[in-house]
Write a protein that binds this ligand. Structure first.
Ligand SMILES: [Zn+2]
Length: 321
């Protein structure tokens, strides 16, 4: 049986169990945090994360897939500490998260830049996948990048093509943050196809923000998974619309290409307010507490639910070939 890399080392695919395909342990602005550490308490945050993830485990979740990459404050030693306190599988990623420019680090190296040369991101991604991340033994098991309302900027295109290149070379799957308003999932599919990536190994993230069945069907027909992965962010799309869209796609026989998640985090430093008050459902047990009962009420079978939460993640992480 093939293995998949996790924070605690490789595990058999069968051990993934119920898997939420897009959750963050921490989303942090690391350079800000290091220089303005006033509001950060390392022990308190780690312990809080352990408590939240234990609660999630108790609700029935075995594994989270954490697409926190460069640009979102990835720091693996902290994730290792958290995972030591809670019996779940955490799968981590490599990649770059930007909506427009790349970090300055990349501006003068790589194709089309002053010093040219190979795309440096590719070697970084390959090292995270093959050798481990930053001297830890933790290996990335998937690739992540983003495209949002700015569309295909030069920086976004470089990141997307570098992710595609590393995916083609290693066979590890890909998750891309997309924006449904400009249907950028279609742009992702076009570029990744050009880079030789198997679109059946791609999650078009945040597709669940859309109720546009024509758009979603086009993405499905190209073979990718749809990330119905922001349950609880009801300001972007209300609960009812999210549930109804998943139920309709299941009714049409697409459960094999849907994955479920919240895109929640134990802690995110982006918001000046207590986000729990603004988005009371944006937490790790909303799917088990509220979404699954609502899907069942709308006729979604237990089989389809198992397909979305267990079988699809397993197939996504199964090695190609
Ligand atoms: Zn996310």
């Amino acid at each position: 049986m093939a293995d998949v890399e996790t924070v605690r080392g490789p595990i058999p695919l069968e051990a993934l169990g119920t898997t939420l395909m897009h959750e963050h342990v921490f989303v942090l602005s690391e350079e800000i945090r290091e220089n303005y550490p006033d509001s950060w308490d390392e022990e308190a945050r780690v312990n809080d994360a352990i408590q939240k993830l234990r609660k999630m485990k108790a609700a029935g979740v075995d594994t989270i897939v954490d697409p926190t990459v460069i640009g979102l404050g990835r720091y693996i030693p902290r994730i290792v500490r958290v995972n030591a306190g809670v019996d779940i599988n955490i799968i981590v990623a490599t990649g770059i998260y930007t909506f427009n420019d790349l970090p300055q680090f990349f501006h003068f190296q790589g194709p089309g830049t002053l010093f040219g040369g190979e795309e440096p991101m590719i070697a970084m991604f390959l090292r995270d996948i093959r050798e481990g991340i930053a001297g830890t033994s933790v290996k990335a098991a998937f690739l992540k990048c983003a495209i949002d309302h700015q569309g295909l900027t030069r920086g976004v295109e470089r990141a997307l093509r570098a992710v595609g290149s590393a995916a083609k070379e290693t066979g590890v799957p890909v998750t891309v943050h997309t924006n449904v308003r400009n249907r950028s999932g279609l742009v992702v599919q076009k570029l990744l196809r050009e880079e030789g990536v198997d679109l059946a190994k791609v999650v078009i993230g945040h597709s669940g923000d859309s109720t546009d069945l024509d758009y979603l069907t086009a993405l499905l027909e190209a073979g990718s998974y749809l990330g119905m992965d922001r349950f609880g962010i009801d300001t972007l799309l209300p609960f009812e619309a999210r549930v109804a869209t998943v139920a309709e796609l299941c009714r049409r026989g697409h459960a094999r290409q849907l994955v479920l998640s919240h895109d929640a985090s134990c802690y995110i430093d982006w918001f000046p307010v207590a986000i729990e008050a603004t988005l009371p459902n944006w937490h790790f047990t909303h799917i088990h507490d509220d979404v699954l009962p609502a899907l069942r009420e709308r006729g979604v079978s237990d089989d389809d639910i198992r397909t979305m939460l267990v079988e699809n993640p397993k197939r996504y992480f199964a090695k190609a070939g």
